[in-house]
Design a protein around this ligand. Sequence first.
Ligand code: HEM
Ligand SMILES: [Cu+2]
Length: 552
Amino acid sequence: MSSETLAVGQNGHASYLDYKGKHKGIFAWILSTDHKRIAILYMVALLSWFAVGVALGFLIRLELLTPGPTIVTAQTYNEFFTLHGVIMLFIFVIPGIPAVFGNFFLPIMLGAKDVAFPRINLLSWYLYVIGGILVILSIVLPGGAPDTGWTFYIPYSVRTGTNMILCLTAVFILGFSSILTGLNFITTIHRMRAPGMGWFKMPLFAWSLYATGWIQVIVTPVIGITLLLVIIERVFGVGLFDPALGGDPILFQHMFWMYSHPAVYIMAVPAMGVISEIIPVFARRTIFGYKFIAFSSVAIAVFGGLVWGHHMFVTGMPKTALFVFSLLTFLVAIPSAIKVFNWTATLYKGSIQLDPPMLYALAFIFLFSIGGLTGVIQGALSVDIHIHATTFIVGHIHYVVFGTAGFGIFAALHYWLPKMFGRMYNHKVAKTAFWILFTGFNVLYFPFFIMGWLGMPRRYYEYLPQYTIYHQISTVGSWILVTGLILMFANLIKSIKSGEVVTAKNIWGGETLEWTTTTPPSHENFEHIPTVTSGPYDYKMNDEPELVEEVN
Ligand code: HEM
Ligand SMILES: [Cu+2]
């Protein structure tokens, strides 16, 4: 950090970036228990992994440019899509928003000095890093990178000779990191809200982390145990899942999806929380239906735990089970639709400002709607039998996961990064990058729906010539998308180094507590713990942000 960045807070305390504790240099960061520093540690690690994941996605698309072999062998292709899925899901979007923005802003938004268990918080980060290192080892050690797909389906995951144990252990450890973060946030929300901040005066981002925390704590142990059992089966040859040993492969699928469906909400609900913060600020209106948004997070957490069977419609489940899982899947769409309705109602008659965070928030609503509606299509039994294991599903995955958690992270970066570092990015570049990214996204992923509908299987290295046109459009889309990503990150990184200094506390004109602290916040967040008297979005129409001029 240059000395300029280390703006001394208006209350005379040094900012958290500048704070001098017991340790020096890098140790002042990797041994810090300050939630804000831990958030930055997570951010650096997460975004580096994202770059790796994107590179793999880019290579997968390059391979699919022509119907036959293009750049790699079939085995390498299998490793690519496995690692791409494992990295993007378990290392990028699942920890994503809670680990970075939850850590940084939850305590501040509640008027607290830190999370409930700061040391456990640091431990979560270490577990996260260890999990990541194990994934790297599984790639580079002899034996070869995992090639089962991110779902680790039995029996192949028991029989393949690749480094499965390392990879499974990695996901197991990453799960612990996730559980500890969830536990920490639940306790923080219960115990550390500022005086006056009742449950319904809590920002919606806090509600979303609360619901997410419970999902993390309840369902993550299920995947932990499941993967442990696969390891035991591989090492000792006990027949738990592999039919050749007398096991039941369908049991594995049940256990896997009992976690992995709710995991979608571990990714999406915090992103919905971010969007619920951004929309009222840039529409200059009180959020419509606060309680509906808050409770729909909880409803999603509850119903999301009951629908895992929709991943298994073709496994020969009893008809009653098929019917019940399909019905519940339709029901879970309701709380999601409630959120979309409330965001839209907030926008209606608002005075909308299309600053970069708002552009990402609006894109989120659009992409999430496509992802959600295609999910309802897949939830219909007869249709799913036709499109199961086609690229239609991969299209849906990307709209739902990348479109929500990914765009949620981008929205949050543009909204909160200036607060975190006290420097503003270039708005024109940010908007240009957004449009390139948004165009690339749709050109890349929309063809997945069409060719999947026509029968193109997912995870295939080669394809019949009639699919060529869709694959080529999609690959061109990946080039556009990656251009947008590079531009977006270059702009943000440049801003941290040399962007215009921002000292205003309330950069966008928000009403939540993080906008009452200095920019960047001081080590202890607040000089005095605030007493909360009004709701989080009591929007006064004539409130103006302190920094309104465009920074170019
Ligand atoms: C947040 C970002 C992303 C997430 C969470 C994500 C997640 C995933 C997951 C879970 C799969 C596995 C699907 C399966 O099991 O069949 C997958 C496949 C794929 N991803 Fe991504 N992805 C992301 C970004 C990208 C990017 C940036 C690209 C391209 C530049 C990309 C291209 C692909 C392709 C082409 C496949 C299909 C592989 C195949 O079916 O053979 N993804 N992605
Ligand atoms: Cu699901």
